[in-house]
Write a protein that binds this ligand. Structure first.
Ligand code: BGC
Length: 444
């Protein structure tokens, strides 16, 4: 089975909405002046999820279809996932009981518009109930509009490579915003639209790209369409079209959300490593440009940027270097290095000037003691970045509960809680108490 994260590694308060961006420098100055052990007042302490990864039975989505091709890049189908479509109230209770004040989740376009132009009021109402359920429990809702999955019909018409895609995304974003835009705290248009650029900058075997392309070709042939393309499964030749389409869709989506809810902060989230230059003539800056360049530029026009960090990358003159000897490793062999979060956050802010929301950060491991130690260690460094003047509005841990890890299936464990595969009962892990205590105290 192809393991994308290990390949990557082995290869070497959001405040009052309208005032968000302008309030950031003042907030930063205040944080610096006091350097109190507390995180800024109103700091968001949350956990993140994505619809396709926890809801289960997302049968009208592109990824569900790809999971069921032969051959497929997916290790197993998503199936019931954590059954969160039915158990969302338990998930909200879980987040609340852990001691968090924020929940980042996604609305699933494939459910909301299961056939082109046919919007489901019932599904829009479903997500509106989750928003209200958050509010009822004191959880601030942060909502992702597109977390890799899309409707099957959309990807079967070329997905983000279809010139119509930006308008279609904007139409969907408008419908969602009209329903929930007045009650959510922030909107993330796209989750990690640059994920495949990270993969492109890893020395992955060409077979990985080939099996992704083959999965898409198989789906296209079965459906009798010329091109099937999804946001996180693509052939290497698809990347220029995919990036162009996602960029246009982010801009169109942002405009649609702003038109429907002018006060709602809008941004996107990026997969960001903590890229470090080693020696002279390091490739670090060139790699950064390839992996994040256009997205950091577009984020300058957003209200905030979501940073999603899981690792650091050491770049020498000839490419990525292995992790230092004795490094701690996650399930896939990638280095676990707690200061990487703060490094990525500092860079994202320096490059964009906008406030930061840590929209994901975590570690895939069966050993929850690693997670329990990793969280406070990373947060100490994050606090130092805040004290140095970086406006960080919140921290959302990936993930609330173990989930479907895309092509790797259910093997990697990222949750603050596990779930029973038969009853779906959630059980918090000890690391949940560690994060909860920090959140309640608003300090590490
Ligand atoms: C994604 C999540 C994923 C996580 C852990 C991020 O790339 O946004 O969907 O589960 O990393 O691999």
């Amino acid at each position: 089975m192809i393991d994308r994260r290990s390949l990557l590694a082995g290869a070497a308060a959001l405040g009052a909405a309208p005032a968000l961006a302008s309030a950031a420098p003042a907030l930063a100055r205040a944080a610096k002046a006091s350097a109190s052990p507390e995180f800024p007042k109103g700091f968001l302490w949350g956990a993140s999820t994505a619809p396709h990864q926890i809801e289960g039975n997302n049968t009208t989505s592109d990824l569900w279809y790809l999971e069921h091709q032969q051959p497929t890049v997916f290790a197993v189908p998503s199936g019931d996932a954590a059954n969160s479509f039915l158990m969302w109230e338990q998930d909200l209770d879980l987040a609340h009981n852990i001691g968090l004040n924020t929940y980042r989740f996604g609305v699933e376009w494939a459910r909301i518009e299961p056939a082109k132009g046919q919007f489901s009021q019932a599904m829009i109402d479903h997500y509106a109930r989750i928003v209200d359920g958050c509010r009822a429990r004191g959880l601030t809702p942060v909502v992702t509009f597109s977390h890799f999955s899309a409707p099957l019909w959309f990807s079967a018409q070329g997905g983000w490579s279809n010139p119509e895609s930006a308008d279609l995304f904007a139409r969907y974003a408008d419908k969602v915003t009209r329903a929930i835009g007045d009650r959510i705290h922030a909107a993330i248009t796209f989750n990690e639209p640059n994920i495949l650029l990270l993969l492109q900058n890893a020395n992955v075997p060409p077979e990985l790209w080939k099996i992704q392309a083959l999965t898409l070709e198989t789906a296209a042939r079965r459906l009798g369409v010329p091109r099937f393309l999804s946001a996180n499964v693509a052939g290497v030749d698809d990347l220029p079209d995919l990036q162009k389409g996602l960029l246009a869709a982010h801009k169109a989506g942002r405009a649609a959300i702003k038109a429907a809810a002018p006060r709602l902060p809008v941004g996107l989230s990026l997969a960001m490593m903590d890229d470090q230059a080693v020696g002279r003539n390091s490739q670090r800056d060139a790699r950064r440009q390839q992996m994040y360049g256009v997205w950091l530029d577009v984020a300058k026009g957003d209200d905030f940027i979501g940073v999603q960090n899981y690792e650091r990358a050491l770049w020498g003159p000839n490419g990525r270097l292995p992790a230092p000897e004795g490094a701690l490793h996650n399930w896939s062999g990638a280095e676990v290095w707690a200061p990487s979060l703060a490094g990525a956050v500092r860079y994202a802010h320096a490059a964009t000037g906008v406030p930061i929301l840590v929209s994901e950060h975590g570690v895939g491991t069966e050993d929850d003691a690693v997670r329990a130690a990793f969280i406070p260690a990373a947060l100490k460094e994050l606090k130092r970045a805040i004290d140095d003047g970086v406006p960080v509005m919140g921290y959302c841990h990936w993930s609330l509960v173990d989930n479907f890890e895309w092509v790797f299936g259910y093997k990697p464990k990222f949750g603050l809680a596990s779930f029973d595969p038969v009853t779906f009962a959630r059980t918090p892990k000890p690391s949940a108490a560690v994060l909860g205590a920090i959140a309640r105290a608003n300090r590490v």
